[in-house]
Design a protein around this ligand. Structure first.
Ligand code: GMT
Length: 382
């Protein structure tokens, strides 16, 4: 198939999923065309089946906000037409789903060409930003007008039906993990450098937005440290980093908490972690938690959204109500003070992660594309 993929190129989870999916599809012989305003971060090496089309939007004195949507729709029209695409797959509904609908209409008008569009809902495009009245009517229309809609968890699918008036079916296709990259590596020397006294290592990785509740990770750690010699590694950057640093100073924890900033090779960091902490306010799936589990790291998380579909309470980690740092700390101490239990949870985490192997999930997308294309052809004939 010739597949167009539209995504955000930055470090967010939806861009990562879109890029890794495109790379996987290209490995299976499909031709994949990425369209975005910059090269996706994980599209870092040459592949004969992968093409990148940058959306260009010129400056003009009248434009305080350059019309990205118009430029993206025009680029999509061009790419679909000249690269003979079979399907467009857009990740994160805002604004990609409505832009794809616009491109579809232009192609139909100008060339009598029907391009089927699949929209994948990722999380905040529904739960936070999408349901904001500033965007909701357009998001609802775009979901209903998509030829196929997928959500990355059952919870996100249910929330979409709850927040919007949706007539379309929504297929759940879980996020996936590439085990070639995410697997336990031997980084003992690194562990000794960070935790020379054999301390346990807790880790949090995120884009430090409010929804991630980084401060809860610090407050949990404060309690854990009273019972278990340990270190907390905070990986990533974003608006909440400065308040998080201030909290560390206020609590006198600076010696035991390390801010590592944005890191590409997170699998090398996960190799030295004993426990991953994800106290999010809302999380449709929790890809970072799955990446941790693939590297044999149990997960301490909140129980919101799709997290219970990934992290099994009492098996691969623990789930607690949002903001309940006492409960989270209690679970962490239970795990970190019982070596046999910790080893069992590590093994369970890997076993559970295997169910989300790219090799299982990718064929689900391929089969779904085929169904959507067949249905679209049927509709055109009618
Ligand atoms: O919130 C983020 O970290 C970014 C956001 C995105 O769409 O870029 O992530 C969402 O999509 C990820 C990939 O499907 C999911 O793993 C995250 O759970 C989800 N984030 C939230 O729901 C808050």
């Amino acid at each position: 198939m010739r597949i167009g993929i539209v995504c955000y190129p930055t470090y967010g989870g939806s861009g990562v999923v879109a890029t890794e999916l495109g790379k996987g599809l290209a490995d299976r012989g499909h031709q994949v065309h990425f369209v975005s305003y910059a090269q996706p971060a994980r599209l870092d090496s040459f592949h004969p089946n992968i093409f990148f089309h940058e959306v260009r939007f010129g400056e003009y004195p009248l434009f305080e906000y350059p019309p990205y949507e118009t430029a993206l729709a025009s680029t999509l029209v061009d790419v679909v037409k000249y690269q003979q695409l079979d399907i467009l797959h857009v990740h994160y509904a805002i604004p990609h789903a409505s832009v794809a609908y616009m491109a579809k209409k232009v192609l139909l008008n100008q060339d009598n060409r029907y391009i089927p569009v699949v929209t994948t809902l990722h999380g905040t495009d529904i739960t936070l930003v999408g349901k904001d009245p500033a965007y909701a009517p357009v998001v609802q229309m775009a979901i209903n007008k998509s030829d196929g809609v997928t959500a990355v968890s059952k919870s996100l699918r249910d929330q979409t039906f709850e927040f919007f008036d949706i007539q379309n079916d929504i297929e759940v296709i879980y996020n996936f993990i590439d085990f070639e990259r995410f697997r336990k590596k031997n980084k003992e020397h690194f562990k000794r450098a960070i935790a020379p006294g054999g301390e346990k290592i807790l880790m949090h990785i995120s884009n430090f937005r409010k929804v991630k509740r980084v401060e809860d990770a610090i407050r949990v750690f404060e309690k854990v440290l009273r019972a278990v010699p340990s270190k907390l590694l905070l990986v990533g950057d974003g608006p909440e980093r400065q308040p998080a640093e201030a909290l560390c100073r206020e609590l006198g924890l600076c010696e035991n908490i390390l801010f590592l900033g944005k890191q590409d090779a997170v699998e090398e960091l996960l190799a030295i972690a004993d426990l991953f902490v994800m106290p999010s306010e809302s999380e449709s799936f929790g890809l970072a938690a799955l990446e941790a589990m693939a590297c044999e790291v149990p997960v301490l998380s909140s129980n919101v959204g799709g997290l219970p579909e990934v992290n099994e309470h009492g098996v691969t980690g623990f789930l607690s109500p949002v903001g309940d740092v006492d409960d989270m700390a209690r679970h962490a101490i239970t795990l970190l003070t019982d070596e046999a239990l910790l080893e069992r949870f590590k093994a369970n985490a890997l076993q559970r992660a295997a169910q989300f192997d790219l090799a299982h999930i990718l064929p689900q997308y391929e089969a779904y594309y085929r169904r959507v294309i067949e249905r679209a052809v049927g509709q055109i004939r009618e």
